[in-house]
Write a protein that binds this ligand. Structure first.
Ligand code: MN
Length: 136
């Protein structure tokens, strides 16, 4: 597997096993909540994905999400569009209402900061048919 060092966190620590959202992921992820302040309406988390781990299709309603890629190699895909290969330094903006998923490539750990507002709606898992046909 590539980028094994990412599992320990790159800039911020990887945090704990992401049990709170495990039902919305395929594979193991880790979450370090960096900003979870009830007085502001944006959250910041460091999310780390083991190889092949990805979240389900989902939508950020009444808000948005910004992903800042900090480590490894991953994918971002919006419904109806090709998946984008992500590497450290990449930035992704997901607008309100856009169905999408993000996660690691098959053979690499992956980490991004997620800056999120609004309410997520979690949908179906990314099928193996889609995921296994991605070529990094
Ligand atoms: Mn998202």
């Amino acid at each position: 597997m590539k980028n094994e060092d990412v599992k320990n966190g790159v800039v911020f620590s990887a945090g704990e096993k992401n049990d709170a959202f495990a039902q919305y992921f395929v594979g193991q992820s880790y979450l370090n909540n960096l900003v979870a302040d009830p007085k502001i309406n944006v959250g910041v988390g460091n999310v780390t994905f083991e190889p092949s781990c990805r979240n389900n299709w989902h939508i950020h309603h009444n808000g948005y999400q910004i992903l800042l890629v900090t480590g490894g190699e991953g994918w971002y895909q919006e419904k109806g569009k090709p998946a984008q290969l992500l590497k450290p330094g990449d930035v992704v903006v997901t607008h309100d209402g856009i169905k999408h998923w993000h996660g690691a490539t098959k053979n690499s750990w992956f980490e991004h900061l997620a800056i999120t507002t609004g309410t997520p709606e979690w949908l179906e898992p990314v099928t193996d048919e889609i995921y296994n046909n991605l070529e990094a």
